[in-house]
Ligand binder design. Structure first.
Ligand SMILES: Cc1cc2nc3c(=O)[nH]c(=O)nc-3n(C[C@H](O)[C@H](O)[C@H](O)COP(=O)(O)OP(=O)(O)OC[C@H]3O[C@@H](n4cnc5c(N)ncnc54)[C@H](O)[C@@H]3O)c2cc1C
Ligand SMILES: Cc1cnn(-c2ccc(OCc3ccccc3)c(C(=O)O)c2)c1-c1ccc(Cl)c(F)c1
Length: 456
């Protein structure tokens, strides 16, 4: 159909995956009037118990908020989120030190429940008559050039076929859509698992209240082991323990586990509860963490990847969902260009997005490495204090890396360039200080020996 002279084509779009990014993409594209058919492997999350072993809450920051605002959901989500105004660092003696994100502007990130977020996105999408949900539909094969897909119902094992003008893969890190693209000449793909796994524990409410000060992201930086806690609406905490798989395997008995926590996270034992710690730790398997890059994200005018399907990252920046939501913002903006052909939309999305997506994957991996050498809270604090001091000195030049990633929509690749520049400045400054100190020591020692020589 045409309207005001422009060729406006309403597309029949299949979105594979009804997770956070799939449901966000359905909203962004449904809002433009396209016919959206969302196919989700699992049952309707709004009726299901939470899938074990998935991060129960997540940190929502600037990029994710922009995407939510675009579909009119930012305020509602912030109502359900808990603001965290900085890090609360736990040292080995159980002392807590607050390091704010920004003393002046009271910047914060929000802890939001994954299930709640997904429910709100799905409930909102359901209101659009042009958005159609198909749960219990696992994509098992596709002929994308012909727009043909085949699904299997994991409950009945029935097969279902469907066609679409455009297929958007939002089916996560182990994407079936991406797997199907691997055979396309020119499609580049890389993945790497890290040695650390993660396991979720819980700090229950204490007399109906939070057991720790709750407007903070709690971090136990222990070098090779890292633990964080994000608050939940029900006054509990989701604790995520990151540890090498080898270490998980070494902790074979309850005694090993309690002794390990006593040595590394002594204050966490009474908070979690020894019995609960033992039962939760041994009832769940540590989960793998993977980093995935690919390029391009599209095939002609027929397929596009968004979210973890396009760029899964290790969670050491709390940006995976925020980056996937930002994918939707960017795709939506490109689609707003008048008279643009869908093939050109997908091409420019791939071209402009892949550098940023690869940058945040690298930054998250960089953090993973950086945080392992932050064995003590003092070092963490010094790093942050240095960042804050330099930011005060050159507010427009020195934006702490974490702040540029988390509190701005600066393209991730610019954040990475910013970090490389900061590393150069710090290395040069440190080298200069060392040189001056070295010269000073040499002159000082020379004078002492010279004076001593004269005295004799
Ligand atoms: C421990 C941990 C902590 C994290 N913390 C944060 C954080 O604090 N902040 C943040 O921003 N991000 C965080 N993340 C990252 C975040 O969870 C992901 O980036 C986000 O879930 C990606 O959303 P997605 O919709 O792309 O993929 P997913 O959430 O994986 O959803 C994919 C959906 O597709 C469905 N699916 C899969 N295969 C098929 C198929 N063949 N057919 C049909 N459907 C299919 C799945 O059932 C699922 O519903 C964390 C991740 C982990 C592991
Ligand atoms: C879920 C979530 C949301 N944000 N962050 C996050 C990440 C890194 C940070 O700094 C790293 C750094 C400090 C000092 C020098 C380099 C890097 C900070 C910070 O500065 O508060 C916060 C996380 C997170 C996720 C996993 C682990 Cl293990 C973790 F500790 C925190």
């Amino acid at each position: 159909d045409t309207s005001n002279g422009k060729i406006k084509k309403t597309l029949n779009i299949a979105i594979i995956g009804g997770g956070l990014v799939g449901s966000m993409a359905a909203l962004h594209l449904g809002k433009k009037g396209h016919q959206i058919h969302l196919y989700e492997y699992r049952e309707d999350i709004r009726k299901a118990q939470l899938a074990k072993g998935r991060s129960i809450n997540l940190s929502l920051s600037a990029r994710g908020r922009v995407a939510l605002a675009e579909v009119g959901l930012e305020e509602e989500l912030l109502q359900h989120g808990i603001p965290m105004y900085g890090r609360m660092l736990h040292d080995l003696n159980g002392n807590m030190t607050f390091v704010p994100y920004d003393r002046n502007t009271k910047q914060c990130i929000y802890s939001v429940g994954r299930k709640k977020l997904n429910e709100i996105l799905l409930n909102t999408a359901e209101k659009y008559t042009n958005i159609h949900f198909n749960f219990n539909r696992k994509l098992i094969s596709a002929r994308f050039r012909e727009g043909q897909m085949e699904f299997k119902d994991p409950i009945t094992n029935e097969l279902h076929k469907a066609t679409a003008d455009l297929v958007i893969g939002c089916d996560g890190a182990y994407s079936a859509v991406r797997k199907n693209m691997l055979s396309t000449p020119g499609f580049n793909f890389s993945q790497s698992y890290i040695q650390h796994g993660y396991l979720e524990l819980c700090i229950p409410a204490l007399d109906g209240q939070f057991a720790m000060p709750h407007n903070y992201l709690h971090i136990w930086p222990r070098g090779e082991f890292m633990m964080i806690a994000l608050p939940n609406q029900d006054k509990t905490w989701t604790v995520t323990l990151f540890m090498p798989f080898k270490k998980f395997e070494d902790l074979k008995s309850a005694c090993d586990l309690v002794q390990f926590f006593d040595e590394n996270f002594p204050d966490a034992i009474p908070l979690i509860g020894e019995k609960r710690l033992i039962s939760d730790f041994f009832s769940l398997k540590p989960q793998h963490l993977i980093s995935i890059k690919c390029y391009p994200y599209h095939i002609s005018s027929k397929v596009l990847l968004l979210g973890d399907a396009a760029h899964a990252m290790v969670p050491f920046y709390g940006q995976g969902m925020n980056a996937g939501f930002e994918d939707c913002t960017i795709l939506s903006r490109i689609l707003d260009n008048p008279n643009v052909q869908i093939a050109d939309v997908l091409k420019s999305f791939s071209e402009c997005r892949h550098q940023d997506a690869h940058a945040i994957c690298d930054l998250a991996m960089y953090n993973y490495i950086e945080m392992r050498d932050l064995v003590r809270t003092r070092k963490f604090r010094i790093r942050k204090a240095l960042d804050e001091f330099l930011h005060k000195l050159m507010p427009l030049k020195w934006i702490p890396l974490y702040n540029s990633v988390t509190f701005t929509t600066m393209p991730y690749r610019k954040c990475l360039e910013n970090r490389n520049w900061q590393d150069k400045v710090l290395t040069r400054t440190f080298a200069t200080i060392l040189t001056f100190t070295g010269c000073f020591v040499i002159v000082y020692l020379y004078n002492i020996f010279f004076a001593l020589g004269n005295r004799n």
